[in-house]
Design a binder for this molecule. Structure first.
Ligand code: C2O
Ligand code: CU
Length: 449
């Protein structure tokens, strides 16, 4: 039986090999309820794109224009967010920039893809429920020159919380609001404990997405692998690692192999102090018959210009915190406010944000629409430079990031990617304005079709 990771019907790419000139990649996505078979004979009530979880993997190349017609056949409103993609503000899929798409309505997303990398798309309305129930998928953007590998796999990791009847557990409760919704059922590409196959002797590129609401994954395959890329595409050089942290919303591209025939390997999460106390297995890896390899991973992948030194002067403070509300629930805040309205950033003016977490728990910080570089964590520069849209801000720590607003004015947001924290207030919106221009207070626009 084919495994989900290689099953061409569930994870087939929507476009095949195509000519080199920029194309328009058109896709229809219908959000609807349906039976989500997480294991043979084990079905939960999913909300999915085109009846599958993950939704179809969208593949395109830098320069292509992506056109996605979203039809909402759910019984509640939705929107579609393109996590990590540098697109125009009005295509970002938040309720800051568009009216939500009501039941029976449609919306067309259209934007050019400017950066190669591993992205994902997910609902951005009632996310704590809609993403948990399966409204997410991967978006792969390739460049003309990429490291040569023998094969590529897209692995979307998730964990869902089921009750004793095997249905989605209640979405309410103080604990979920406080800790985030940690699941009890781990999934890869929408399936429990699948088997991933790789030929002995070969090197594959695995594009990994953490689509879970709240789970931190300290990813390990029980032996070293090479990090090729992060949220915003390739790193400068492949980095040999034995594990890598994926917060909710994060992606990594890794080169795995070569393995020997008969090796038993598995993909799991090491204990990392985030609810996990033992190795949690996500998938087993079956090493098949030896095959020739054509893989070529250069020592130098690209050059990333440093935006700022590690001790750059901050231009903005972002304080992640929480307070107790009158009814005893925890409210999550930024600069002591829930759903903060933050001040504007000007196109072309370097942003150095000092993100301070004075709470006792880690928060994954996510900036929409722009990539940033981590300059330092508690004053210590990271071991390598990378482009990120999501990074961990450890408990009682400060993370300094830098990013440059390019000419895409409009309303943007940043938030904690533990979806329950986002919903409970840990988010802010702000305007990107052109120099000399005033903030426009236009409301969300509609372009329902
Ligand atoms: Cu991945 Cu505001 O989202
Ligand atoms: Cu958080």
């Amino acid at each position: 039986m084919p495994t989900p990771a290689t099953d061409s019907s569930s994870q087939r790419s929507l476009i095949g090999d195509a000519p080199e000139s920029p194309r328009t990649v058109e896709i229809d996505l219908e959000a609807r309820e349906g039976a989500w078979e997480i294991a043979p004979g084990q079905v939960v009530e999913g909300w999915m794109y085109n009846g599958q979880v993950p939704g179809p993997t969208i593949e395109a190349r830098v320069g292509d224009t992506l056109v996605v017609r979203l039809k909402n056949s759910l019984r509640e409103a939705t929107t579609l967010h393109w996590h990590g993609v540098r697109l125009p503000a009005d295509m970002d899929g938040t309720s800051l920039v568009q009216l939500t798409v009501g039941p029976g309505e449609s919306f067309e997303y259209r934007f050019a893809l400017v950066d190669a990398g591993t992205y994902w798309y997910h609902s951005h309305n009632n996310e704590t429920v809609q993403v948990e129930r399966g409204l997410y998928g991967a978006l792969i953007v390739r460049d003309e020159t990429e490291p040569v590998v023998d094969a590529e796999q897209v692995l979307v990791l998730d964990d869902i919380l089921l009750d004793e009847n095997g249905e989605f557990a209640s979405f309410d409760g103080m604990q979920q609001r406080h800790d985030g919704r940690h699941g009890n059922t781990r999934l890869v590409n929408g399936r429990v404990g699948p088997e991933i196959s790789i030929a002995a002797g070969q090197i594959e590129r695995w594009r990994i997405v953490n689509a879970s609401n709240a789970r931190y994954i300290l990813l390990s395959i029980g032996r070293p692998f090479r990090l090729l890329g992060t949220d915003g595409g390739l790193v400068e050089e492949p980095i040999t690692m034995s594990d890598v942290l994926l917060t909710p919303g994060d992606r990594v591209d890794i080169a795995v192999g070569p393995f020997d025939e008969g090796d038993t390997v598995s993909l799991g999460s090491l204990p990392c102090g985030h609810a996990a106390t033992e190795i949690e297995q996500f998938a087993s890896i079956r090493v098949g018959e030896r095959q020739a390899s054509k893989a070529f991973i250069p020592d130098r992948l690209r050059t990333i210009e440093r935006l700022a030194p590690c001790d750059a002067l901050p231009t903005r403070q972002v304080l992640l915190g929480h307070t107790m509300s009158a009814d005893g629930a925890v409210d999550f805040t930024i600069n002591d406010e829930m759903h903060l309205n933050d001040h504007p950033a000007t196109v072309g003016e370097l942003q150095v944000w000092d993100i301070l977490n004075n709470s006792h728990m880690d928060h994954p910080f996510h900036l929409h629409g722009f990539f940033f570089q981590v300059l330092s964590v508690d004053g210590v520069p990271p071991e390598f430079v990378s482009w990120e849209d999501t990074c961990n801000v450890p408990a009682n720590s400060r993370v300094l990031i830098a990013w440059m607003p390019d000419d895409r004015p409009g309303r943007w947001m940043y938030h904690c990617h533990i979806l329950e924290h986002h919903a409970a207030g840990m988010m802010a919106s702000f305007e990107v304005v052109r120099p000399g221009e005033r903030v426009m207070h236009a409301g969300p626009h509609s372009c329902h079709t």
